[in-house]
Design a protein around this ligand. Structure first.
Ligand code: PAF
Length: 298
């Protein structure tokens, strides 16, 4: 059941808005008073990684808005959308616990009114064709569509995104650049469990037996970093990594070492300043992604 909207809810200091007009009325007053607005878009099933983004926004802005919206257009697999964990009550408690100011909880019809074409058709310069884009056709079109909608509604000064979705943050930066949206992106380092597994809402779905073994992704990424530093050629490191990740119940979709700016294979003669390894691995029936900067910094 949804909590009461506005300020009269059980989270005494946190505003909950479902209607765009209510959210915008509130934010307009804040903006008129020169208060900077930070925005953390989420699909719920929150964990410490999301809270790290919220805390960063709270530290850098007067008002922090988080949204919870499981965006149907970015799921290319209907069963994935259905399985996606939904933990609204807990999410709101977590956001209130860190002092989030506002939570926007739109309905599908609000984001995608049937009489409006909200699709975004821009040239992503190939960023959407590789890695996740190659494995999940239409995924980034859906991400761009929802983020554009949310940015138009919230109109934040700063947008907070996690490094965990490395390709997504590049796609969103490109969206913002092409559409000239007046918002700055802040990318926050991946939050990890104590054993190194990148925090993800999908970790909740992991088979308990596979959960401890899933640290394999981070260990392989670290191994790749050491090998690159030791001068091993990129194709050999990728081959080694795919072998490491191929285990009973573990099945890698890709392990790619790329130029961190454009996601293209790095030039072996002169490695680019920013080199990133990105991977997607099936752990049983759960698809995990992770990445690591192997050279340079974000
Ligand atoms: O990273 C996510 O959780 C989603 O892709 C986002 C950015 C909230 C858009 O639905």
């Amino acid at each position: 059941m949804l909590p009461a909207f506005g300020k009269q809810n059980q989270f005494s200091k946190m505003y909950l808005f479902q209607r765009v007009s209510d959210l915008q009325t509130y934010l307009t007053t804040e903006r008129v008073n020169n208060r900077s607005v930070g925005f953390v878009p989420t699909m719920g099933a929150l964990h410490a990684g999301h809270l790290k983004l919220v805390k960063r926004s709270l530290a850098e802005n007067q008002i922090t808005v988080a949204s919870i919206f499981v965006n149907p257009t970015q799921f290319n697999d209907a069963s994935d959308l259905e399985k996606y964990p939904r933990t609204l009550g807990k999410d709101l408690e977590m956001l209130a616990g860190v002092g989030c100011d506002v939570v926007f909880l739109p309905q599908v019809a609000t984001i995608y009114p049937t009489d409006l074409n909200t699709e975004v058709t821009i040239d992503f310069g190939g960023l959407d064709q590789v890695l996740e884009g190659a494995q999940r056709p239409g995924h980034f079109a859906g991400v761009a569509q929802v983020v554009n909608r949310l940015l138009n509604i919230v109109q934040p000064h700063y947008l907070y995104l996690g490094q965990k979705d490395y390709q997504q943050q590049l796609i969103i930066k490109r969206l913002i650049a092409v559409l000239q949206l007046p918002v700055k992106v802040v990318v926050v380092a991946t939050e990890r469990e104590s054993d190194g597994l990148a925090m993800s809402s999908r970790n909740l779905l992991l088979d308990p037996e596979l959960r401890p073994r899933s640290v394999l992704l981070q260990q392989t990424l670290e191994g790749a970093k050491n090998r690159l530093a030791a001068g091993e050629p990129v194709p050999e490191i990728e081959k080694w990594a795919l072998e490491q990740l191929t285990q009973p119940d573990f099945n890698p979709e890709y392990f790619s070492i790329v130029n961190g700016e454009n996601l293209l294979p790095p030039d072996p003669a002169t490695l680019p300043d920013l080199v990133v390894a990105c991977t997607a691995v099936w752990a049983g029936k759960v698809r995990l992604i992770d990445n690591l900067v192997l050279r340079g910094s974000l």
